[in-house]
Design a protein around this ligand. Structure first.
Ligand code: SF4
Length: 409
């Protein structure tokens, strides 16, 4: 094997990790080291921003332990049949890089993933050793996110959760058929089994024992997953239904959507062009509506349907359900207020609080923070009536970007 220097390994293994988008650090425990004990904090500044080729910003020291892999997932640049430069960190190298980057204030923590070397258990055991060494020996209190290998033994997943803030297990593709075709060594059953294991251990960790002591810590920031969008023919409706089922079944904190980007030396099973990045953005918006606005996946996009790329999914829903509008802001229940474009959960709370004492007027909505440009056709209250706006055939055009003349060159 070629002997590589540490900077060479870092360059290869940080680059190889950039395709994984599931590394946001929201929801973690708040820890610090101002008391002079340990090192690091989950709350301070000092974030290293990694930029994926398509412009997304990704924080943390985000590396692979190795990009050698015995699996052959068609969408992955690190698959065994790919002719990329390979490298492998030792446990000590990742530990020392994390500490050095932390001390220099480049990062707030570590996101560690890996190709599968020799066996899932052996790989997972090495990743766990990195996290354990950072926590036990170096007293590192920063954020740690470990990518979990679904086929790894449950004891290793249990230990990973002891040291990491968050675990993630990628479902990779929206449908079982696509996973079988593009990632033949992986199975939906194993992925779901590992997610169920993480969920059960996370719930157990929140309980107290019969004597009132706390159960052992387990990944307090929960688990997340990532789905690749556009590598197969799954519709947005299928993707959102899958996400909804994952949220309900495994208490996931987040599903991350990663627009498939063509990789060098790509498999012929993959499309030649990437989906528009705005599709990824619309899926995030739709996901947000499911988690925070009470929308059901099938309401936002029918199973066989795609999201409107030109306008956001909440506006698209309102335009398709004009018969429910305009909504009387002073009388509508919370659920209906949440469905008005331009009004978010925080504004709804403020509206509900304010209208207990008085009748709200149009000007009050401005002070509350509503985006009236979006809300106007869908609301009525003293000082504002949309008149015929909800029935206007050209209402969508008011929000969609103006059509552009295609260039000949
Ligand atoms: S197991 Fe992971 S690293 Fe290996 S080919 Fe599949 S996606 Fe890539």
């Amino acid at each position: 094997m070629v002997q590589r220097t540490l900077p060479e390994k870092l360059s290869i293994l940080a680059d190889a990790a950039k395709y994984d988008a599931s590394c946001a650090s929201s929801g973690g425990e708040r820890r610090g080291s101002r008391d002079g004990k340990g090192i690091g904090s989950t709350t301070g500044a000092g974030i290293c921003h990694a930029w994926a080729p398509d412009g997304r910003c990704i924080s943390l020291l985000k590396v692979l332990l190795t990009n050698f892999c015995i699996y052959d997932c068609a969408y992955c640049i690190n698959r065994v049949s790919s002719r990329v430069e390979r490298a492998r960190f030792s446990v000590e190298e990742v530990v020392s890089l994390t500490l050095e980057f932390y001390r220099r204030n480049y990062i707030e923590g570590l996101f560690l993933s890996s190709g599968i070397i020799r066996s899932p258990d052996e790989t997972m055991a090495e990743m766990v050793r990195v996290a354990r060494t950072l926590r036990e020996r170096e007293h590192f209190r920063g954020y740690i996110h470990l990518k979990t290998i679904p086929d790894a033994a449950p004891e290793l997943i249990a230990e990973a959760g002891k040291w990491a803030d968050r675990l993630s297990i990628n479902v990779e593709l929206p449908t079982e058929a696509a996973l079988t075709r593009l990632a033949p060594e992986k199975s939906v059953k194993t992925i779901h089994g590992a997610m169920a294991e993480v969920k059960a251990r996370g719930e157990a960790a929140k309980d107290r024992t019969a004597r009132g002591t706390r159960a052992p810590r387990f990944a307090p920031a929960g688990q997340s997953t990532q789905m690749i969008v556009g590598a197969d023919a799954a519709t947005d409706g299928e993707i959102l239904r899958r996400s909804s089922s994952l949220y309900n079944s495994f208490a996931l904190r987040r599903v991350y959507y990663s627009a498939f980007s063509p990789i060098p030396d790509a498999s012929r099973m993959l499309p030649l062009i990437q989906p528009p990045l705005v599709r990824e953005h619309r899926l995030y918006q739709a996901d947000w509506l499911m988690r925070n606005y009470g929308f059901d996946a099938s309401e936002i996009a029918p199973p066989a349907g795609m999201l409107d790329l030109q306008i956001d999914p909440k506006l698209a829903w309102a335009l398709a359900h004009r018969g429910l509008f305009p909504v009387d802001v002073n009388r509508a229940p919370r659920e209906m207020l949440l469905r008005i474009p331009g009004i978010g959960p925080r504004s709804v709370d403020r509206i509900l609080k304010a209208r207990r004492h008085r009748t709200l007027r149009y000007e009050d909505l401005l002070a509350i923070g509503c985006v009236l440009k979006h809300a106007e056709p869908f609301i009525t209250l003293p000082g504002w009536s949309p008149r015929a706006l909800p029935d206007d055939a050209n209402l969508r055009a008011r929000f969609a970007p103006a059509p552009e003349q295609l260039s000949l060159f």
